[in-house]
Design a protein around this ligand. Structure first.
Ligand code: ZN
Length: 130
């Protein structure tokens, strides 16, 4: 791990992401991540449903100009129905915010979640209670 940034997320927020991804499977789900940036860490606090219906179209088809200019948005999360947690080139090229989070089928727990920076480097994911 070359990057020192740690991403923290509450377990209940992670569960909401995984449940949402399960619900729309085999389509992709896409959500915005709201949170706070500090030196060396990003804390995800809430999920925001994007203001457009892009479900099933794939992450790379999200119209970025339609995303809110909201500086509390720290990144995005989308699902990979294939189960592959690696970001695609399109995922990296269309990154919005600091964090690219990917959840993969079967969407059970944090083993099915990964976070990356813009360069595609995997970041540490710290799941906190509750
Ligand atoms: Zn993707």
């Amino acid at each position: 791990m070359t990057n020192a940034i740690t991403v923290s997320i509450r377990n209940e927020v992670l569960r909401a992401i995984l449940e949402g991804a399960k619900r729309v499977y085999p389509r992709e789900s896409i959500l915005l991540l709201r949170g706070k940036r500090k030196k060396g860490s990003i804390t995800i606090s809430d999920l925001v449903v994007p203001p457009f219906a892009a479900r099933g179209l794939g992450f790379s088809s999200v119209p970025l100009h339609m995303l809110p200019m909201d500086f509390s948005i720290v990144g995005t999360v989308h699902s990979h129905p294939s189960g592959n947690l690696n970001p695609s080139h399109a995922d990296l090229n269309h990154a919005f915010g600091s964090v690219i989070m990917i959840v993969g089928y079967p969407y059970l727990d944090e083993r099915n979640a990964a976070v990356y920076n813009h360069d595609g480097e995997r970041l540490a994911l710290n799941v906190t209670e509750p």
